[in-house]
Design a protein around this ligand. Structure first.
Ligand SMILES: *Cc1c(COP(=O)(O)O)cnc(C)c1O
Ligand SMILES: [Zn+2]
Length: 405
């Protein structure tokens, strides 16, 4: 039996792994730039035989990994901590609140999981170049994974990503194409590049292994909770691929017979970047007209993974919430203050959403995980205006005393 086959999330057609690369050839033909992707592929493992081989006491998670370990670049990702947040629990009245701090990946975001696996796939296919569109973190992660794996990274970014993210891309040696336009423009151009040039395209959702790479975060949460799924996971949502990937991870665990119910997935979107939220609420898709949130990692007009993410939210019994930039900034400060974790704005949208979620929607006893996707030092400007930087004092005790009183 092959390791896995690709299954189209739209028409259900199955394809051998090396017969397709990106979208379902049939459904993908209906995809037009500037809209959500059609025909996104998901890896379907041979769960029946895995069930027999899987030993719960000595779990070998590599059985659920889509690329054989010999191809993986020397770029370890994941294994980030999951821990309770008692001060936050106290403040919110949710008694079993956990943080999964995925900002402790090598480049400071969850995107490293996907980039590492796509670079492994580039190794397997013998491709030297990997290209992506990115507002920041995906490009950063690709730059670093390519550096470790000896590949060329080409990144199509909007003209002005946060300076620290641009620095990260450049320091790892990526070729950065700064497009005067939006993320959606960068996405379209990166696809055009792939059509005209060789190399592998890592665009989120477009390359099916981006979902497979990110799903490992769900498996870790399950293992870290003592082989138990939480009741809910709160996830910041831009393109919706992280959310779909978390769902895929839990679906794989269910297919292995390790869990019986899926955690409810709670999507946190910014008010001005709410295409998935709107779709979940109304059943009708439309692009977000003018995303302008300071949470750059979730700012997108036409989320590539909109259809799959909306389905994952529904299938999991979850729901979506939108939050304002003020809510997000307040949540950034609250996380910093009550958990010791400084996050970039997108990651703080999780806490903002949980605070807004009605307690009718969640029980006080639910085990809830906030998925912290990106580090605060990637975008310190995001909190700078709200900070009072102290004036220097003379180097005397009197001056110090006066300052502190
Ligand atoms: C990419 C990213 C997200 C959103 O992930 P999508 O797959 O686009 O929904 C959230 N937070 C951070 C820090 C990210 O880098
Ligand atoms: Zn299809």
């Amino acid at each position: 039996m092959p390791r896995f086959v690709y299954r189209c999330s739209e028409c259900g057609a199955r394809y051998e792994r090396d017969r397709v690369r990106y979208l379902c050839p049939t459904c993908g033909a209906n995809y037009h730039a500037g809209e959500p992707l059609r025909g996104v592929l998901e890896a379907e493992f041979d769960y029946e035989s895995l069930r027999l081989r899987f030993d719960k006491d000595h779990p070998d998670w590599s059985l659920l990994c889509a690329v054989e370990s010999e191809y993986h670049p020397p770029f370890p990702v994941g294994n980030t901590p999951l821990f309770p947040a008692p001060r936050l629990s106290e403040a919110l009245g949710f008694w079993r609140l956990f943080i999964k701090n995925d900002s402790l990946n090598p480049t400071g975001s969850l995107k490293d999981r996907a980039s590492a696996l796509v670079v492994a796939e580039a190794n397997r296919l013998g491709e030297d170049t990997v290209v992506t569109a990115s507002t920041g973190n995906a490009g950063v992660a690709l730059a670093a994974a390519c550096a470790a794996g000896g590949k060329h990274a080409i990144i199509f970014a909007p003209a002005a990503p946060p300076p620290a993210k641009l620095t990260q891309m450049l320091v790892h040696g990526a070729k950065v194409v700064r497009v005067r336009g939006t993320y959606d423009d960068a996405y379209r151009l990166s696809l055009e590049f792939s059509k005209r040039q060789s190399g592998l395209n890592r665009n989120t959702g477009y390359h099916p292994l981006t979902i497979e790479g990110k799903k490992s975060v769900a498996i870790e949460i399950f293992e870290q909770m003592g082989m138990l799924a939480p009741d809910a996971v709160v996830i910041p949502v831009g393109d919706g691929v992280i959310l779909s990937a978390v769902h895929k991870g839990f679906c794989d665990l269910r297919a292995l017979g390790l869990i019986s119910t899926l955690p409810r997935l709670i999507a946190a979107q910014a008010e001005s970047s709410d295409a998935i939220h709107h779709f979940v609420k109304t059943g009708k898709y439309r692009n977000a007209a003018a995303p302008k949130t300071f949470a750059d990692s979730i700012s997108v007009s036409a989320p590539s993974g909109a259809y799959l993410a909306a389905k994952a939210i529904r299938d999991s019994g979850g729901f979506s919430v939108t939050v304002s930039d003020d809510d997000i900034r307040a949540a950034q400060f609250q996380l910093a203050d009550q958990t010791g974790i400084f996050t970039e704005p997108a990651a703080a949208a999780t806490l903002a959403a949980l605070k807004k979620a009605n307690c009718k929607d969640l029980s006080r006893e639910d085990r809830i995980v906030l998925l912290i996707t990106g580090h605060g030092l990637k975008n310190p400007e995001s909190v700078a205006q709200a900070l009072l930087v102290p004036e220097p004092v003379d180097a005397t005790w009197d001056a110090v005393n006066e300052f502190l009183s």
